[in-house]
Ligand binder design. Structure first.
Ligand SMILES: [Zn+2]
Length: 305
């Protein structure tokens, strides 16, 4: 391969990062759905304020090996059960990265601003806030906000919206805190909402140093300190949410792979629209069943847009 300095070199690519949304992360890392693909924290302990031991690909492969033996000697279900007991997907079998040198598939799972922060954490946060002040009151406050340059005016509120796009979530993040001020909810709700919004914005810095990573840790700690206010108010039973747990991995991932704009899924998601439409337009527009994927793209079926 010719490199930027003009020299020709023999290149051995290694799999260092895997950019995917949560279901795909579980699929490629063989993690059980509902657990963390990066660490061994059980599904019921995801709300812990610390990380579990890191998952190890050798360990994952050894469990799959044992499960395969059980499938041969006993029954398929006993092999599947063994996988589930060890926090692996029941159908985990022969992952594509088996035999890849150096690759640690669990460590290579990256943070994801679009799916984890906007379509995950912020979505939860908005629903908790709606539960605190009621959906009607949230809608009323959004309608009352004066129009301003660069700020989306939700003239019908947000409770009736379906299929909320990433951009719409970003627009909601800008006005969420303003809608909570001067209500009868505890101040801890404001503090934890502010802390989580801070984290979302800090995570998108295009460059980081130890100071800014410290800001991210401070924001997460501040949220964790006050978050129980949502449980006390009945807006939430626990915080065992994989996407919320994933925030604990952000600082380490940024140290390993650099700022999050290098592996945000947003750009690739955007390409779904154009590429799906191009495919549909190039087709005969008739065989709809065979072209279901194109129809999906045409109708903006994905909830990510
Ligand atoms: Zn984890």
């Amino acid at each position: 391969m010719y490199c930027a300095d003009g020299n020709q070199r023999r290149i051995h690519p290694i799999l260092a990062t895997y950019v995917a949304d949560y279901p795909e992360q579980c699929l490629v890392s063989c993690a059980k759905y509902g657990t963390c693909p990066k660490c061994q924290q059980p599904a019921d302990d995801l709300q812990n304020k610390t990380l579990g031991n890191p998952r190890n690909p050798k360990h994952t492969l050894s469990i799959i090996q044992k499960a395969n033996n059980l499938r041969k000697t006993k029954s398929t279900s006993s092999g599947n059960k063994y996988c589930l007991q060890n926090n692996l997907a029941a159908a985990a079998n022969n992952p594509f990265w088996e035999g890849f040198p150096i690759t640690n598939i669990h460590a290579s799972i990256t943070p994801d601003i679009l799916h984890q922060l906007y379509q995950g954490v912020l979505k939860h946060l908005i629903s908790w806030c709606q539960a605190m002040i009621t959906e009607q009151e949230m809608d009323r406050r959004l309608r009352l906000l004066p129009p301003a340059y660069g700020v989306h005016h939700f003239k019908n509120g947000i409770s009736a919206l379906s299929q909320i796009s990433g951009q719409e979530r970003k627009d909601m993040a800008k006005v969420l805190l303003g809608c909570l001020v001067d209500t009868e909810i505890p101040t801890a709700v404001l503090r934890s909402t502010k802390a989580l919004l801070d984290f979302i914005y800090l995570a998108q810095y295009p460059s980081h140093d130890n100071t800014t990573l410290g800001y991210m840790e401070d924001a997460l700690n501040a949220f964790q300190k006050d978050r129980n206010v949502f449980i006390e108010a009945g807006a939430r039973e626990d915080f065992n949410i994989p996407k919320l747990h994933s925030l604990l991995h952000y600082v380490d991932s940024i140290k390993d792979f650099g700022a999050t704009d290098g592996y945000n899924t947003e750009m690739f998601e955007r390409l779904h629209i154009d590429f799906a439409k191009e495919g549909w337009r190039a087709s005969n527009h008739k065989n709809r069943k065979a072209s279901d994927d194109f129809v999906v793209g045409k109708k903006r079926k994905s909830s990510c847009f």
